[in-house]
Design a protein around this ligand. Structure first.
Ligand code: 13P
Ligand code: ZN
Ligand code: NA
Length: 276
């Protein structure tokens, strides 16, 4: 099924579609095992730095082949694409979906670059996500000044024809110093004004009931990255201090299993949203 159709279906069912970042074979397998165990679809995301780390072809084919091998329904997505050039390389490499992140640009510039990406992606029948408002990047402080405004969101979606929109409603990338408090009322007002799929970035560290409230009130795609890296590295460090095994294929899988446990919980959380 095309990603667009799946998102439409899930939005109607008030179910979230989890989008997890992968960085290598281990993080990919950890996620795919969880998706296979729970029989849930998943979006596999690559950032520019993951693409540089693995190489574009290796990265996309690793994801694609992994989906097939694990029997998982999923899509390969460019996360936070920073330029039209990178998007174009991903379109040529066979991605199912691309994000162009113009969130730090003035509104009109964001519209211009997003329109350009939408026009290119259309030729490949590829799904497009953009961001309006600003979700703080890793390590940046965040406050409500960058929150998405409902009227702007509706104008942005109309002017760009984008399929999905990342909204700023109180999340930030990475962990939080203080527990975040999502502005669900703002989210509802945004959802009322636009038909685009709404995307929650920065879901690591957000209490599950708040993620579920966001899904109930209009979010469908839920992005998760930091918790995956964190649980993998924490487990690996622990493993290495208690182990002098040199066969990495015997050491890594223990950390990979931790990702599977984490992602299984997240997949169940986004798929079973109570009434709010
Ligand atoms: P976290 O790292 O906070 O989970 O955010 C992930 C994200 O938004 C990827 O685009
Ligand atoms: Zn993000
Ligand atoms: Na976060």
């Amino acid at each position: 099924m095309k990603l667009k159709e799946k998102l439409r279906e899930f939005t109607q069912l008030k179910k979230g579609l989890l989008a997890t970042n992968y960085y290598d074979l281990e993080t990919l397998h950890g996620v795919l095992q969880a998706a296979a165990d729970t029989k849930q679809p998943v979006i596999l995301q690559l950032t520019q730095s993951s693409i540089e780390y693995m190489g574009l072809k290796t990265a996309v084919n690793l994801g694609r082949n992994g989906l097939e091998e694990f029997g998982v329904e999923g899509w390969i997505h460019l996360d936070h694409g920073g330029s039209v050039e990178l998007v174009q390389r991903c379109l040529d490499a066979g991605f199912d979906s691309v994000m162009i992140d113009g969130s730090e640009l003035p509104f009109d510039e964001n519209v211009r670059v997003t329109r350009e990406v939408v026009a290119r992606a259309k030729r490949y029948d590829v799904h497009v996500e953009a961001e309006l408002g600003y979700v703080a990047k890793l390590g940046q402080s965040h406050d409500s000044t960058g929150f998405t405004q409902p009227d702007e969101a509706s104008a942005f979606v109309e002017q760009t024809g984008v399929d999905a929109l990342a909204v700023a409603i109180g999340t930030a990338h990475g962990f939080y110093k203080q527990e975040p408090k999502l502005d669900i009322d703002l989210l509802r007002r945004i959802a009322e004004k636009t038909a685009a799929t709404l995307v929650l970035h920065g879901s690591s560290g957000v209490p599950h009931d708040q993620v579920q409230q966001a899904i109930y009130h209009g979010v469908c795609k839920v992005n998760l990255a930091t918790e995956i890296k964190n649980i993998f590295m924490a487990s690996l460090k622990n493993e290495l201090t208690h182990n002098d095994e040199i066969d990495l294929r015997k050491v890594f899988p223990k950390a990979t299993c931790k990702i599977t446990e984490l992602v299984r919980t997240k997949l169940e959380m986004v798929a079973n949203v109570p009434v709010f």
